[in-house]
Design a protein around this ligand. Structure first.
Ligand SMILES: *[C@@H]1O[C@H](CO)[C@@H](O)[C@H](O)[C@H]1NC(C)=O
Ligand SMILES: *[C@@H]1O[C@H](CO)[C@@H](O)[C@H](O)[C@H]1NC(C)=O
Length: 255
């Protein structure tokens, strides 16, 4: 029995060790999502044509990386309000740009400033939600990739400066599910949008979760590849198709 445990431990150690050391660009490539498995980068989170952020069913975060240095991030965070617990504030945030793996093991993320978007909403003050352009450089002091014993999946740990893990991220797509990595919103049309808008205009910038529910629940039962193509097909039928096609074409032109 003991011998068996020993060999199991040894096997695990070898697996973990080999994966920690495989923490390089090849290993990082893909789409990673936090445990709720509801937030994914790509056209399901942000529609760059209508500049629409789409609210996922549950909060979470997602990062995507390509092996040629592009990243994309999607955050849906709900923060409880200590004074009025019934009034949590919600943040939807999209950014993309370039990342650099630094010599000291840290990772820097440089966003394309004109493309980032953020919606802040407060349910107790529902007349107002703020839709703004968003651009924030990020630096994670360390990162690694391990096999999560419980989930049986690859897990990416990004570490903050104080050594805390941002929030475990699990590999969901490889190759990554991402919007075009080029600048999508030219600077000229952008200047006016940094201002705070009131509900009428900013409401149009959020799709409520129930609109996404059929899609997100279907995702759970399907395998990754099948799911991706099913989703794409649905997307074409349902009508974000036009934007998807436009984006694909743009991407082709760029390549
Ligand atoms: C990166 O990781 C992959 C997969 O483990 C490995 O095959 C490759 O040799 C590594 N590349 C570098 C540059 O270390
Ligand atoms: C690691 O390198 C990056 C980029 O050069 C730098 O910004 C960061 O401060 C460095 N971190 C430490 C702990 O030296």
């Amino acid at each position: 029995m003991i011998r068996r445990w020993n060999s199991l431990c040894l096997l695990l150690c070898v697996l973990l060790a080999s994966d920690v050391h495989a923490a390089n660009v090849t290993a990082l490539t893909g789409t990673w999502s936090s445990k709720s498995n509801t937030v994914f980068t790509g056209p399901g989170f942000y529609d760059p044509i209508d500049e629409l952020l789409i609210e996922p069913r549950l909060p979470g975060i997602s990062f995507s990386f390509t092996d040629d240095g592009h990243y994309e991030e999607a955050f849906y965070l709900v923060t409880s309000n200590p004074t009025t617990p019934s009034c949590p504030t919600a943040v939807l945030q999209y950014q993309h740009g370039k990342y650099v793996l630094n010599q000291n093991g840290s990772i820097s993320m440089f966003p394309i400033g004109v493309d980032g978007r953020q919606v802040l909403s407060d349910p107790c003050d529902s007349e107002i939600s703020t839709y703004t352009r968003y651009s924030q450089f990020e630096l994670y002091s360390e990162w690694n990739i391990v096999i999560d014993e419980y989930q049986g999946r690859y897990r990416l740990n990004l570490f903050e400066w104080d050594g805390t893990v941002v929030r475990p991220l699990y590999l969901v797509y490889r190759p990554p599910l991402m919007l075009p990595t080029v600048t999508m919103n030219p600077t000229s049309s952008a200047a006016t949008e940094t201002s705070t808008s009131t509900s009428v205009s900013s409401r149009h910038k959020i799709k409520r979760s129930f609109e996404n529910r059929p899609r997100t629940s279907a995702r759970k039962t399907a395998t990754i590849d099948y799911d991706f193509w099913w989703w794409s097909a649905l997307c074409l039928v349902v009508g974000c198709g036009s934007s998807y096609v436009v984006m694909q074409t743009r991407q082709l032109k760029v390549e």
